[in-house]
Design a protein around this ligand. Structure first.
Ligand code: FES
Length: 126
């Protein structure tokens, strides 16, 4: 039976990455820390741990609503490809540490993630 992408993680012998999510007023008011399975998409690990990050294009890298800032640990990640860079141009609050969480495979000992205050969808409505 195939495991749902949003299901809680199960114990495996895969390496893990400690993820710290900084507090966000709506999505994660107290902040959060958890161990993520290496190789999984960051967006799936956030969703699996209760962070209801938007993913309007269903995680195919076509909407920029899953935008995050990788405040620490980015050096352990694969760099963004041209398609991700193109989509990031539409993200709200873009900076040098911006990534699309559906394009990031978890890797390395730890990551610190900041969720933008808005997505491009909310910024339009504001
Ligand atoms: S979910 Fe659409 S770009 Fe990541």
């Amino acid at each position: 039976m195939k495991q749902s992408e949003d299901a809680p993680p199960v114990a495996t012998d895969r390496p893990t990455t400690r993820i710290r999510v900084l507090p966000h007023p709506a999505l994660c008011p107290d902040g959060l820390e958890f161990d993520a399975r290496a190789g999984r998409e960051l967006v799936d690990e956030l969703l699996a741990h209760g962070v209801a990050i938007e993913h309007a294009c269903e995680k195919v890298g076509a909407c920029a609503t899953c935008h995050v800032h990788v405040r620490d640990g980015a050096q352990g990640l694969a760099p963004p490809d041209d398609d991700e860079e193109d989509q990031l141009g539409d993200a709200w609050g873009l900076d040098a540490q911006s990534r699309l969480s559906c394009c990031v495979r978890v890797r390395g000992p730890s990551l610190v993630i900041e969720l933008p205050r808005y997505t491009k969808n909310h910024a339009r409505e504001a």
